[in-house]
Write a protein that binds this ligand. Sequence first.
Ligand code: NAD
Length: 388
Amino acid sequence: MIDNFFENNRITTIVAIIGILKEPEGENRVVALPEIAAQLVKMNFQVLVESGAGSKAFASDEDYKAQGAEIGDKAKVLSSSDIILRINSLTKDEITKLKTGSVAFAIFQPFFNPETVKLLLDQKVSGFSLETIPRTTRAQSMDVLSSQATVAGYKAVLVAAANLPKFFPMFMTAAGSITPAKVLILGAGVAGLQAISTARRLGGVVEAFDTRSAVKEEVNSLGAKFVEVEGAKDDKAAGGYAVEQTEEFKAKQRQVIHDHAVKSDVIITTAQIPGRKAPVLITKETVAAMKKGAVIVDLAASTGGNCELSKNEETIDVDGVKIIGSSFLPSTIPFDASKMFGKNVLTFLKLILKEGQINLNFEDDLVKGTCITHNGEIVNEKLKEVVK
Ligand code: NAD
């Protein structure tokens, strides 16, 4: 793994090869743009990029080469990399071609994909699942879920605006007055707060709801009204995540949401509970009572949807209400989404790359919290219960 070579009259030690893999068909982002490859090269790593990896994010093979990276085909990147980087999980075929003892970074979603975990174990690959990074202040700059949720929240509003048969802002014109669009945001986490800002910038009148009352101030400071439902369970120990609510609360919440939804032109839903099906906040009865021409963008569609009728990656029309089930929006802004993703990954890599060596320090809560497999064993305690 250690190559020595002569460069600029000094011996440089290239320790590890860092491979940037092309994403699967349909994905436009890349895990690291040339600017990130440049930084890795400066840190004395050899960077090997799968040909065409950045093309849909407007980064050509030539752009990577200009930053000192090498270009190779998939087989070469898989078999020679000591560290392999990708956004989307690797396939069975890809994992079995990885070097034994290598380190792989991706959004593996190990709790939903136990087979992938087993393959990483068999191949003795140290798997790091980027979405499992603990939610601590130190981890903020490495959190790919947050950066990509920012993209999704922003784009969700643009998609809604493009599908709405109305304006977002208020207009007073010689041709008459136009009232502003009423926007309801369900879930005021990273995506929801970004959706509020974007909808406000477009001139919408915005309301938002979340079970975590802590977000009320943030919602108000962005110029939106916080819709309150009393009696929500809020668990400070849940690390900033929402927790499952009681049946009584859920019924009350559905009624309040119904009352606000029927007056809304746009609803953006972002409510998620980690590791569980998304909570149903908009029932089919609510959809039936909504205004004709209204638009729902459901960002939780891949985990079942916040709207009972949502279909993942499909747009459906239910009696004049458009329901857009979309969990793939970051891929539609590939340049900036990749830029943010790459910065997150580079910041995390700096934790495990010390003086040109791979240094997996399991005393570090971020390294331990993100690692799923190492040396043929499962690292994450909860995962041990799921993958037998
Ligand atoms: P998320 O994607 O897990 O969920 C989105 C939002 O949906 C959350 O605000 C959640 O409270 C809400 N929600 C869940 N169930 C709901 C229900 N039944 N009704 C209404 N709303 C519901 O969350 P997220 O956007 O990733 O972030 C949640 C919090 O964690 C935010 O405050 C965020 O700033 C914080 N966070 C911190 C870090 C860090 O410190 N490293 C990283 C990521 C997020």
